[in-house]
Design a binder for this molecule. Structure first.
Ligand SMILES: [Ca+2]
Ligand SMILES: [Ca+2]
Length: 54
């Protein structure tokens, strides 16, 4: 699942369900909208809001 959070036509948030159970495991964020991923989120509880980032 991908989102364009600032509406500039580029995808800047991506969410992945790696094991196909319907819950998110990993997310990638382009915080400054330059096309390069800056932040990776880990979803230990499966919700859209990441529980930790690296
Ligand atoms: Ca999953
Ligand atoms: Ca960036």
């Amino acid at each position: 699942m991908s989102y364009d959070s600032n509406g500039d036509g580029k995808v800047d948030e991506k969410y992945y369900d790696k094991d196909g159970d319907g819950k998110w495991e990993r997310s990638y964020y382009d915080v400054d909208h330059d096309g390069t991923i800056d932040l990776i989120g880990f979803h230990s509880d499966g919700t859209r809001v990441a529980s930790s980032y690296e």
